[in-house]
Design a protein around this ligand. Structure first.
Ligand code: BJW
Length: 232
């Protein structure tokens, strides 16, 4: 780690599992209990906004009640340590929770958005949001009702910050994926791109991911154990 200048870390739901937030595709995961096509697409929201709000209100209150775990704090320490010697960490998360920020990470790129923000479909205003959203909730910016949605990225929508992510990945001298199954694109394609660019790749996960053959190195176990071990 000492010679590295630009470390790129991609995190997924597995890093927040031990904070009590469910993963999506594990046994008993969110998508084994709920149909993503009925809840996590723009078409689902247009069809049944009450149902979609109810699902995300539950998820939002879970995030508010959760606390960061040792894996989140280890990545915040890594960012500080790299900065102290003039190096950088690009922390790209697929997670919509704010546990990296609450653990002390200063620069977090949320490619699938943030559940603690709401966006108005009428005026495009984005604002911090901790409470339940209802169909009748008026937009504080423009007064419109029926236009507020969680500021997250659903299937079929364009992930956020793709240009910054692409630039950081191409400039990296190490790519690390933590707690992600490698099932959802474009994030699932990043390890193959890193490999094609000659960037060393490392996986930290509970078990081998869908992309496991693309990684040069892998450490398996709970994130709260393997991430601090890898950082130290
Ligand atoms: C532990 C652990 C512990 C457990 N410790 N580890 C090919 C190319 C491009 C796109 C597509 C494509 N084919 C299909 C698509 C479309 C689609 C897609 O990928 N579908 C797949 C299902 C095939 N993608 C999209 O629609 C995306 N948009 C898009 O592609 O736009 C066009 C575009 C084209 C080309 C370039 C760029 C753009 C948008 C995807 C949006 C995903 N949204 C969700 C919901 C967000 C809101 C919400 O939270 O409800 O994001 S779905 C869900 O999956 C969520 C996650 O961020 C995402 C990834 O899941 P993640 O984090 O990997 O979790 P899991 O559960 O899958 O894995 C957890 C892992 O942790 C497991 O491996 C466990 O073992 C491990 N684990 N406990 C360590 N304690």
């Amino acid at each position: 780690m000492t010679a590295l200048q630009r470390v790129f870390v991609l995190t997924g739901a597995g890093i927040s599992a031990e904070s009590g937030l469910g993963t999506f595709r594990d046994r008993g995961g969110i998508w084994s209990r709920f149909d993503p096509m009925q809840l996590a697409t723009p078409e689902a929201f247009a069809r049944d906004p009450e149902l979609v709000h109810e699902f995300y209100n539950l998820r939002r209150s879970g995030v508010v009640a959760a606390s960061p775990n040792a894996a989140h704090t280890a990545l915040a320490r890594l960012e500080n340590g790299l900065h102290e010697r003039g190096a950088t960490l690009f922390l790209c998360t697929q997670n919509v929770d704010d546990l990296h920020e609450r653990a002390g990470s200063r620069a977090v790129t949320h490619m699938h958005g943030e559940i603690l923000k709401a966006r108005c479909l009428a005026c495009d205003a984005v604002m911090p949001w901790q409470d339940d959203l209802l169909v009748a909730t008026p937009c504080p910016a423009c007064g419109e009702t029926g236009s507020m949605r969680p500021d997250i990225v659903w299937f079929g929508e364009m992930p956020k910050h793709l240009d910054a992510i692409d630039a950081a990945l191409r400039a990296a001298d190490l790519f690390v994926a933590i707690g992600t199954s490698g099932a959802v694109y474009p994030a699932a394609g990043y390890v193959a791109l890193a490999r094609a660019l000659g960037i060393p790749t490392c996986e930290l996960n509970l078990e081998p991911s869908d992309n496991t053959t693309h990684f040069d190195e892998a450490h398996y176990g709970p994130a709260s154990v393997v991430v601090p071990q890898w950082v130290e």
